[in-house]
Design a protein around this ligand. Structure first.
Ligand SMILES: [Ca+2]
Ligand SMILES: [Ca+2]
Length: 160
């Protein structure tokens, strides 16, 4: 009797193993890229334009799955300085359904833009003789379980 039970157990374990192999798990998100563009709107009053592009490549099925289960993109602005870079704005977080955040055939994308007046948070250096500003973003993709990947963007330089 004991040997039959052992054999049954072995068959059950083998069965579970086969199911595990057949089931395709969602691919873990491992890559994130971030781009920042700061421009100038010459309207009246003049303004600075901010455009964010964040991309987390994956297939569309996984992209929708991540967002449905609480996946989100979070952005912080930093001023580049000697030593520690201060955070100058954020965090801003986009969830499923928020304007600018989409799931598509090439993954999860955030494309978002707005305008700020001259002298906004982008003016991260305003010292005598050191008025030039160097700004970048740190973008994080945070899944529903809190797993996080992040990337820094390019640095934009100007008199903001
Ligand atoms: Ca600086
Ligand atoms: Ca400045």
């Amino acid at each position: 009797m004991k040997s039959i039970l052992n054999r049954l157990a072995a068959v059950l374990v083998a069965g579970v193993g086969v199911v595990g192999l057949v089931t395709t798990p969602a691919q873990a998100a491992t890559v994130i890229t971030a781009h920042l563009e700061i421009g100038f709107n010459t309207g009246v009053p003049a303004a600075r334009t901010i455009n964010l592009s964040v991309h987390v490549p994956m297939n569309e099925y996984d992209a929708n799955g991540y967002l449905i289960h609480g996946g989100r993109i979070q952005v912080r602005f930093y001023g580049s300085d000697p030593g520690t870079d201060p955070m100058i704005y954020g965090p801003i977080t986009w969830y499923r359904g928020d304007y600018g955040l989409t799931a598509g055939p090439d993954g999860i994308r955030l494309d978002y833009g707005w305008e700020v007046p001259q002298g906004s948070f982008l003016n991260e250096d305003s010292g005598w003789g050191n008025n030039g500003d160097e700004v970048y973003i740190e973008a994080k993709f945070i899944d529903g379980d809190g797993g996080t990947i992040s990337a820094d963007s390019n640095t934009e330089e100007g008199l903001y």
